[in-house]
Ligand binder design. Structure first.
Ligand SMILES: [Zn+2]
Length: 306
């Protein structure tokens, strides 16, 4: 298992008290510390990779906003802030996912985990959203299609929030499969079961507050995994957000780290069936530091055990 990260991602600094802070990445790396991972430096994403997902005008606006961070923190949307260190962090977060795709396609290893921030799955082609600046996982999917000559790439998103930005990208590209379990109602409000993209390449399993292990696993088994199996992807990307944990302060689901390990096993099985094991996961949410640390460790550890 490869681990892509970079110390610059600790220097993306939203205002004090913001839920998405650098302690999260430290907690994840601490949790992964006991596992045998080959650590690699996350490179900067190239503009061409970003432009496969994001509109050029949006990238230009962002550059103007990054320039303003020299004078202090800049607010991009109600929840999303950037600081002087955010430009490098964001470029390397997207670059980690792109490099991880290239590495698993080159056969360096069959799996990679990208321990990155800012997260990505809410970022839309034309706007930042919900702590996210670049849509890291969607950029990785588009890169795999464009540069690794793939025809079918899957994104599975078990973050407790719906990955609206990733879904938008799949809604415009039938070569991308997007499936999500998420709490509903909850931010960002998208991800209804009837949203099914182009020819059902989008699968949503909205779940009520209070959903615990058995019902969440049942939804995965009934909706997400069979659709993923039928899509037969050449690569599985995972938006690994751990905020459906029962200890998480931003949502009200009742999962624990054993559920993330269970998901790892199920996704690993399908990656072996369809993708020669190729599976790239990237960190999204997770806001209780102890739960986040344990969950990341349980998830990556379970991926490695098979
Ligand atoms: Zn989330």
């Amino acid at each position: 298992m490869l681990l892509y990260t970079h110390p610059s991602m600790l220097k993306h600094e939203p205002p004090r008290g913001h839920a998405e802070h650098s302690g999260r990445l430290k907690a994840v790396l601490e949790g992964l510390g006991e596992l045998e991972l080959e650590r690699r430096e996350a490179p900067w994403a190239e503009r061409a990779a970003l432009e496969r997902v994001h509109e050029s005008a949006y990238l230009d606006q962002l550059e103007e906003a990054f320039a303003k961070t020299e004078a202090g923190i800049v607010q991009l949307d109600p929840d999303t802030f950037i600081s002087a260190g955010s430009r490098e962090a964001a470029y390397r977060a997207a670059g980690a996912c792109v490099a991880a795709v290239d590495a698993v396609c080159a056969g360096d290893d069959d799996m990679a985990f990208c321990a990155v921030r800012p997260p990505g799955h809410h970022a839309e082609p034309n706007q930042p959203m919900g702590f996210c600046v670049f849509n890291n996982v969607a950029i990785a999917a588009k890169h795999a299609l464009a540069r690794q000559a793939m025809q079918r790439v899957a994104i599975v998103d078990f973050d407790v929030h719906h990955g609206n930005g990733s879904q938008t990208v799949a809604e415009h590209d039938g070569r991308i499969f997007f499936a999500s379990t998420h709490q509903s109602p909850l931010y960002p409000g998208t991800g209804a079961a009837y949203e099914h993209g182009l020819d059902h390449n989008v699968v949503n399993a909205p779940l009520p507050a209070g959903t615990a292990s058995a019902a969440w696993r049942a939804a995965m088994e009934a909706k997400i995994l069979p659709a993923l199996d039928a899509f037969a992807p050449e690569l599985i990307l995972v938006s690994a957000g751990f905020d459906a944990h029962k200890a998480d302060p931003l949502a009200q689901m009742e999962l624990d780290e054993g559920d993330f390990a269970w998901a790892a096993n199920a996704l690993r099985k399908l990656s072996l069936r369809h993708c020669k094991g190729k599976l790239v996961s990237t960190l999204e949410g997770g806001y209780d530091l102890v739960a986040l640390s344990r969950s990341a460790s349980a998830y990556v550890g379970a991926l490695q055990r098979d």
